[in-house]
Ligand binder design. Structure first.
Ligand code: FNR
Length: 189
């Protein structure tokens, strides 16, 4: 078996019934055997303020920085708010981009996915997110794109991803995620 890849995940939604968090929870069962997943908790990250940064990067941000840099890659599941990246998620990325050099995402491979209850499944927020990742020199897997529309019809009451075509597509995507993450070895960032 190929060497294990330790991936970290960020759900762009903190709500308990989040479809994006549910999607991330579905990944281990659909992934190639070498992939491991650790969900990052960013619920205590404060709103970015340059004065706070100057006084000292918050402990929670330093922990996220270390976790992302110490991983083999990052998976972000983003909702779409008002045709864009949710502010709280952008705030986390902004915090990761400051402080100790190299910053938290510099050279770290990323795979983006997302769920919305609308009909075009986070297309616009993912496009915005990719723009931000390009600014951070975080290479994002360009294709295929996991755009889960009408998420309310694809998960059951227990939060399990039950929509068979989506499960198959996510499994195919995870094969590409593994190939992508292996192109950017941890020691070369
Ligand atoms: C939304 N939602 C939404 N959906 C979409 O497809 N396009 C959009 O522009 C928006 N805009 C938007 C703004 C705000 C403030 C909220 C709270 C919601 C709906 C969104 O897709 C839905 O709430 C998802 O369920 C959010 O993701 P989680 O929390 O389930 O992961």
């Amino acid at each position: 078996m190929a060497d294990t890849l330790n991936l970290v995940t960020i759900s762009g939604s903190l709500r308990s019934g989040s479809y994006n968090t549910m999607l991330l929870r579905a990944l281990p069962a659909l992934a190639p055997p070498a992939l491991r997943f650790t969900a990052l908790d960013w619920s205590a990250v404060p709103i970015y303020n340059g004065d706070v940064e100057k006084a000292g990067i918050p402990e929670v941000v330093r922990g996220l920085h270390a976790a992302v840099r110490g991983s083999d890659g990052l998976i972000i599941a983003t909702p779409e708010y008002n045709h864009g990246v949710p502010g709280p998620l952008k705030n986390v990325l902004d915090w990761l981009s400051v402080g100790k050099s190299p910053h938290g995402l510099y050279g770290v491979p990323v795979a983006v996915c997302g769920c919305s209850n609308g009909t075009i499944g986070t297309t616009r927020s993912q496009a915005m997110l990719r723009q931000t990742l390009a600014a951070l020199n975080a290479p994002a897997l360009p294709f295929p794109q996991v755009l889960v529309a009408t998420a309310q019809d694809r998960f059951d009451a227990e939060g399990k991803l039950t929509h068979e075509a989506t499960r198959e597509f996510v499994a195919t995507w995870l094969v590409e995620v593994e190939r992508w993450m292996r192109k950017f070895p941890r020691g070369e960032r």
